[in-house]
Design a protein around this ligand. Sequence first.
Ligand SMILES: NC(=O)CC[C@H](N)C(=O)O
Length: 217
Amino acid sequence: MTIGIVVFPGSNCDRDVRWALEGCVGLPTRFLWHEERDLSGLDAVVIPGGFSYGDYLRCGAIARFAPVLESVRLFAEAGGAVLGICNGFQVLTEMGLLPGALTRNARLHFLCEPTPLSVNPGNCRWLKGYSEAEAIVLPIAHGEGRYQCESEQLAELEANGQVVLRYACNPNGSVGDVAGLTNTGGNVLGLMPHPERACDPLTGGLDGLRLLASLSN
Ligand SMILES: NC(=O)CC[C@H](N)C(=O)O
């Protein structure tokens, strides 16, 4: 099994994700530069955190036009496992693979702190290792993490079980305490917290490990 990790100019968590997947989980990875289109041989794709194209316009708004994402869209639409972390979640909403939008945090500050969350794994392929309503802690590090969508859309997401991660103490003003969403197929997951920074007790706990290890079980 090999996991692709997308790299845009401005990505900065691509190495963290590689360290977690290879060093902590033991899964081989391959970097996918933003101009590449070839996903052959890959079993899953991670769009990591960072500041793609300098976060100009809106986080993820330029990245959505990257050639690599045309292939990622086809991969996801065919049922392939895709994980978007932080800037990756922003990219997934900008490209329409997940509904809604991530906007500036309610108090306009960049937030960087451990954050308590509640997991509702439903049919999400990336969350098989967690139990229903499990309480976990993952770090956040973002300026644009305030999830927004229409109330009808939120009701639909809730009814479908697509709100798979919720903030216990909503730090950024997200509607419905949304910290992470899956698509109806459960193969695409976008989340603002960073599971790759919680894969070692020395550097942020272990609550992210099962997420990154989920595909290998
Ligand atoms: N850690 C990240 O991926 C940061 C995401 C994005 N650049 C923001 O500040 O919201």
